[in-house]
Design a protein around this ligand. Structure first.
Ligand SMILES: [Zn+2]
Length: 89
């Protein structure tokens, strides 16, 4: 179970529902020893990613060519479901 830090919706688990970032601030930093523990749902992941990209000189977002990794028959996770409602052809 997790609660989205941004929208406060409750989800059964992280599998397929969210993104998590954990980091412990180092000694001597402003937040010395504090834990950064962010969990956001899929709907909020884009907004959080946009905010992080905005403060980065080098974008942490990389495009992945799933065809090269898994072959051309691999269905991309963000592919729209076909008109007939079939996930697999
Ligand atoms: Zn959310």
């Amino acid at each position: 179970m997790f609660i989205c830090n941004k929208c406060k919706k409750i989800f059964p688990d992280l599998d397929g529902y969210g993104m998590r970032i954990q980091y412990t601030f180092g000694y001597g930093s402003k937040r010395d020893g504090d834990l950064f523990d962010l969990t956001v749902c899929n709907e909020c992941a884009d907004a959080v990613a946009d905010a992080i990209v905005n403060v980065c000189a080098i974008s942490p977002i990389a495009s992945v060519d799933y065809d090269v990794l898994y072959g051309e028959d691999f269905a991309q996770p963000d592919d729209d479901i076909s008109d007939e409602g079939h996930i697999f052809s």
